[in-house]
Write a protein that binds this ligand. Structure first.
Ligand code: IPE
Ligand code: IPE
Ligand code: MG
Length: 253
């Protein structure tokens, strides 16, 4: 079982929720003259390391963007290989996750997946549902706009059936209908692979996230790079709309 490392900074300096756009697998493979899928396979190893690093550092929630609602636009062969890889990784990793007290949650529109994959997802979630350590959210067939649309639909159904009045729709009620309901918003949002865009990831939830963009390609994002991202977070002053002076007074710094 991975243990939280002694001597790591106090939890206040550790982001509670880290969200990562794991980008650059294809380029990593192409640089080596390998097919893109080799990059995705190498990326799965990095997922394992990111989970371990998160447990060690005392992060509570780790959300990884594995497949976006737009990624269906890729060549069918790559999409189908990605689906196979997802299924294999679920089968292989669930036992390890359980051992490390990691609760797995898949967020996204999984009605888009094959029946077989959907049932594997359900099994994997069920078998880790009592784990109380890190919450690992894998975003698969996820899009921030999709997330908001499905929340809007659920809320309008509640209004339609007279369960709530329109004025009772609040920021909190929207948050609680999103696929991430029940977990805090991301504090640190990392994107590997050199691009500086959101690509439709956690749009609502990242309103006040701190961003860390790195050119490092996802398969190369090792423990050292993870630490660099955590260190970059420690030095940020999160003002949430206040002035710098107010923030210092309220934080007692
Ligand atoms: C990210 O790596 C993984 C997925 C989107 C599934 P990419 O496949 O986007 O890698 P690049 O950006 O082409 O290098
Ligand atoms: C974002 O990466 C999605 C995932 C990492 C799963 P993409 O590589 O698909 O993003 P774009 O197309 O460059 O914006
Ligand atoms: Mg990419």
């Amino acid at each position: 079982m991975i243990k939280r490392t002694e001597g790591v900074p106090e939890p206040t300096t550790i982001p509670r929720h880290v969200a990562i756009i794991m980008d650059g697998n294809g380029r990593w493979a192409q640089k080596r003259g390998l097919p893109r899928i080799s990059g995705h396979k190498a990326g799965v190893e990095t997922v394992r390391s990111a989970v371990e690093q998160s447990v060690r550092a005392g992060v509570q929630v780790l959300t990884l963007f594995a497949f976006s609602s737009e990624n269906w636009r890729r060549p069918p062969k790559e999409v189908s290989l990605l689906m196979d890889l997802f299924m294999i990784a679920l089968d292989r990793e669930v036992r390890r996750l359980k051992r490390n007290d990691v609760r797995l949650r898949i967020i996204g529109d999984y009605t888009g997946f094959s029946d077989k994959l959907q049932s594997r997802i359900a099994e994997a979630q069920k078998s880790t549902c009592d784990c109380t350590g890190l919450t690992l959210q894998i975003a698969a067939n996820y899009g921030g706009r999709w997330d908001l649309v499905q929340a809007a639909r659920r809320l309008s159904e509640k209004v339609g059936s007279g369960l709530i009045r329109p004025e009772q729709i609040t920021e909190e009620s929207i948050s609680s209908e999103l696929s991430t309901a029940g977990v805090p918003d991301p504090d640190l949002f990392i994107r590997t692979g050199g691009e500086q865009r959101l690509s439709n990831f956690l749009l609502w939830q990242s309103a006040y996230a701190e961003f860390h963009f790195t050119d490092v390609l996802w398969p190369d994002f090792d423990a050292k790079e993870f630490d660099k991202a955590l260190e970059s977070f420690v030095n940020r002053q999160r003002r949430f709309g206040r002035t710098s002076e107010q923030t210092k007074l309220e934080d007692g710094s």
